[in-house]
Design a protein around this ligand. Structure first.
Ligand SMILES: Nc1ncnc2c1ncn2[C@@H]1O[C@H](COP(=O)(O)OP(=O)(O)OP(=O)(O)O)[C@@H](O)[C@H]1O
Ligand SMILES: [Mg+2]
Length: 223
């Protein structure tokens, strides 16, 4: 369970302050599928980065299973990210020189990996429908396939919570459907809690819970 209390993130750029997130509070239950919606610049990625322990808030609290993760050291947060969370970035962020297979098992290596991660990486690529593409490098894959490699990579540590920042941005509608169905299957079959970002009102249908942001604030549905 994730509880967020009064979360704010203010970026300082020179003398200008950008209030990217203002006093956001919410509670997400285990097994939920939540969609964060809002227009470009509304703070969606900023919120996801706070929840995924990639960035720290300016003020407010995030409780992960009752533990205040905003107060943990950088090292403890990195360990928690590696062992419990999965993150799919708005850009796929695959390493171009590595094969699909190597991209997926790399985080396992960071966990002090052994050969079992290589085997699991190949299984995960099969799970996302890329069993016959594991030796391909990113530039030898379509956009939707690269996004599915990024999903497989986010799953290598068996995360309890998966964050996906606009997983279907820049994909055609068929690839988008395959990516969303892959995520929903993980939720259904393995109980993975999913928080994804979208600015497409059509994606509301995938979510059990909706969060709308406007200028960094939580607002009632408006898209
Ligand atoms: N590192 C940063 N430094 C300064 N300002 C930032 C930074 N990151 C984001 N911002 C600003 O914070 C606001 C929220 O940005 P954010 O990336 O969270 O929006 P978003 O809702 O994800 O938008 P998009 O749909 O375009 O991805 C924007 O006004 C943006 O310009
Ligand atoms: Mg964004």
């Amino acid at each position: 369970m994730i509880a967020v209390n009064g979360l704010s993130r203010i970026y300082s750029v020179g003398k200008v302050e950008v209030k990217a997130l203002v006093d956001v509070s919410l509670a997400l239950e285990d097994g939920d599928v939540t969609c964060v919606m809002g227009k470009s610049g509304s703070g969606k990625s900023t919120l996801l980065r706070q929840l995924g322990l990639i960035d720290r808030p300016t003020s407010g609290q995030i409780l992960l299973d009752g533990q205040d993760v905003t107060r943990l050291s950088d090292g403890a947060r990195a360990r928690m990210r590696l062992t419990r969370l999965g993150y799919i970035f708005q850009e796929f962020a695959l390493l171009s020189e590595l094969t699909a297979h190597e991209n997926v098992y790399l985080p396992g290596m960071m966990l002090g990996g052994d050969l079992s991660y290589e085997k699991r990486a190949a299984e995960l690529l099969g799970l996302v429908g890329l069993g016959d593409r594991i030796r391909h490098r990113p530039k030898e894959l379509s956009g939707g396939e690269q996004q599915r490699v990024a999903i497989a990579r986010a799953l290598i540590n068996n995360p309890r919570v998966l964050f996906a920042d606009e997983p279907c941005a820049n994909l055609d509608s068929i690839s988008s459907e395959i990516v969303m169905e892959t995520l929903l299957r993980l939720n259904r079959d393995m109980g993975v809690t999913i928080v994804f970002v979208s600015h497409d009102p059509d994606d509301k249908k995938y979510a059990k819970r909706l969060i709308f942001l406007k200028d960094g604030r939580q607002v009632p549905e408006y898209l």
